[in-house]
Structure formats: C-alpha cells, structure tokens
Design a protein around this ligand. Sequence first.
Ligand code: ARG
Length: 461
Amino acid sequence: NEGSLWGGRFSDGPADALAALSKSTDFDWRLASYDIAGSRAHARVLNRSGLLTDAELTDMLAALDQLERDVLDGTYVAAESDEDVHGSLERGLLERAGEALGGKLRAGRSRNDQIATMGRMFLRDHARSVSERLLEVVDALIAQAEAHPYAPMPGRTHLQHAQPVLLSHHLLAHGWAFVRDLQRFVDWDRRAAVSPYGSGALAGSSLGLDPVPVAHDLGFDYAVWNSIDGTASRDVFAEFAWIASMVGVNLSRISEEIIFWATKEVKFVTLHDAYSTGSSIMPQKKNPDIAELARGKSGRLLGDFTGLMTTLKALPLAYNRDLQEDKEPVFDAADTLELLLPAFAGQIATLTFNTERMAELAPEGFALATDIAEWLVRQGVPFRSAHELAGEAVQAAENRGVELWDLTDEEYANISEHLTPEVRTVLSTEGSLNSRSSQGGTGPEAVQQQLAEFKRQLAEL
Ligand code: ARG
C-alpha cells in the first residue's frame, strides 16, 4: 500500500473497486490551496511546541510554497492512486521536502479535522463571492426602481388584479427578500468563522498544540470548543446550502413573474436581445431563458440542500465516511449561484418596462373597490357596510360592462346616500396610490422612504 496514508496494519492494498469508490480527488482537489494553507499553519504550531526546529520550519514552508506553485500551474496533479486531496498533497510534500522532514507534518492532525476546516474555508470565500454577485442583482433592482419611481402597475393577489401598486414598490419587494439572504450570509459567517483544526480525528491532540493561533492563521475568529463537534458536525455546510436554496427560491419567484410579464398577453416587459434567446425552428421567438434557467436551478439548489441533509440525518458521532458526501452538494450550490447571478443581474438591469400599458391596466378589473370602501370608512361608515356598498358598485359596473369610474353620480347615489360625487377623488390610480402613505405602503412618498431604508440596510452589511 505504497504512498497511502494508512498502510501499516494492512497486508494487502485496497481492491480496485474500493479504491475507485473511495477516491475523492475528482472533486476535493479544488480544496488544495486551503489544505496547503492549513499545512503552513500546522507547521507553525508544531514549531511553537518544539516539534519542528526553526530550520525545519523554514524548509517545510519552502517545500509547501513549491508544492502550491506546482499545484497552481498544473505541474503537480493528483495521481490515479491518490485517495483524496490530503493524501495526495502529503505525497507531493514528501517528494519536495524529503521523507524525514515531510513525514513530520502529519503529527497531531487528521484528515477529519483537515476536511472540516477546509470546507469551512471554501464556503466562507464562496459566501462572499456569491454575496457580491447577489448584490449586483439587488443593485439592478434598485436601479429599475429608481428609473420608475412613480410608475403604477396592477398589484395582484391570486394572480388577479387586486390594488394598484407602484412598480418600484413591487421591485423592492423582491429586493427585500435578497437583502435578507445577504444578511443571512453575514450572520452565517459568525458560525462558520470557527476552526475545527486541532480536533485531530475526534479527540484533540496530545502534542500540546494550541488550536487558537492556527485558527487565526487561517482567518477564523475562534477554534472549536469540542473536537467531536469540530470533526462530526456539518450544520454550517447545511446552513450554507439552505441559504443558497433560499436565494434560488427567491430567484425563481421573480423569474416566474418575468416569464409571465414577457408573454404576448401581458406584455409588461421586453427582454434585452443580449439576455434572451431564440428558437432553432421558430424565427420569431425571443425566450426568457435566464429566468427559466433560474427557476430550474432553484430545484437543483434545493436538491443540493436536501441531499446533504439526508446524508447527515441519523449519522452517529464522530466522523463517518458518509461525510465525504458533504462536499459536492455545497460546491454545486456555490458554483450554480456564481454562474447564474451575473446573468440574472444583467437580465434585470436590461429589462424594458412597458409602463404605459402597466399604468393603463393598473386600475382595471375593479382594482379601486377597496378605495371606495376605505373612503366610506373615512366618511364614518362602518367597514362592514362600506365593503358591502363598494361590492354593489362593482356589481353595477360589471352588469353594465364598465369600470367603477364610469358609473354616474346618480348610479352611485342609488347605491347609497353616502356615495356622493366626492368618491371620485379616490377613483383614480393616483388617488389610490397617494392614499397609501403609511410606512410600508405603496404611496409614492412611503416608497421613497422605503428606498432610503433599503439602501441603509445594504450599506450596513
Ligand atoms: N476524504 C475524506 C472526506 O472527504 C476525509 C478523509 C477522512 N477519512 C477517514 N478515513 N477518516 O471526508
């Protein structure tokens, strides 16, 4: 079992089928730089506790630097016989530092604490790059909201016309969900910023190695307080995968709307040529593929999260080899979002809104009925009766095939003496919007205040 990390007690090497099953270098190789960073920090802690002389430390660090250069330029790659990134890099170190020196580095560490640490380092970096790209989506939403501060659109519930709202209000509603996702990544990082290095296989080290400076060396705030927890827990991975799937679900919701808005029937948006695709057979087609891929990839992200959670369920402490399955789902989640978000941001930034049509449709479908009812309440009519009277107005308009503002003063008076001609002040999109002026409402001033708070929370991230 030449070159492996665990040959001593075996008289025979692994069967080919086992070696093939066991091998993880195809996906864990991307952790190589993190593993080498961990090795540098580990060499320093061995030196501090007298297990490596200063001269040995210097040679070890030089060999690790050389190894990293060789990995990065592709001179050093995993061999077919390497089980995982840790084993392969130890082989590479031995080749560069010699067996006598290279063989000293493994003291007091295990692949179990290495992989738990490397995974957190990878995810912390990718949480940042995913967040930067998500911020571009949010910026694109802000830019569209600012470009259309007062443009009305039909607000919907059950996909039916409900009440007029401002397009800026609607876009920021999607924006808030993404702001919370960004806040989630920041909050998640407090839990991810704890290093498992020094936990050993599960029980810690007898060599007097202080894990705290190692943690700091690797950019962590703390070292774990429990070596079993450090090597066996993956909730930090799972939480990352959950946040990624929440981002996916939030993307899928705005995607669904974009797809709907781009239909011939709705015609609220035109997609930019650079962010839409054609058909190989139908020359006229212009398809919202980015939105559709986002909607599709939200399923994939949920699959990553669910797969990981299923792996973790009922796993006994401490490390089990099942945990090798923790990496591909979170790698895939990070890769998926890093690929998707730039395209998504471009799609949002280049949407052209058909504001004329949106404004025209905003009050239609009796979307001002609530305004009649609330106007009556302001005249002292109990809401129960007000709701009833506004409903009768809807019925009258519907019977005549007209909208609420087409009913005559006489028709209103016939419904109720309370429905005086003054009701017309709220029978317009503008009147309806202006009246919703309290915090969180769709009134133009409230939306401007909202936008300021939105930006304040973003700046705080
Ligand atoms: N490659 C393993 C993983 O990804 C780490 C090695 C731990 N292996 C072991 N036999 N304890 O989880």
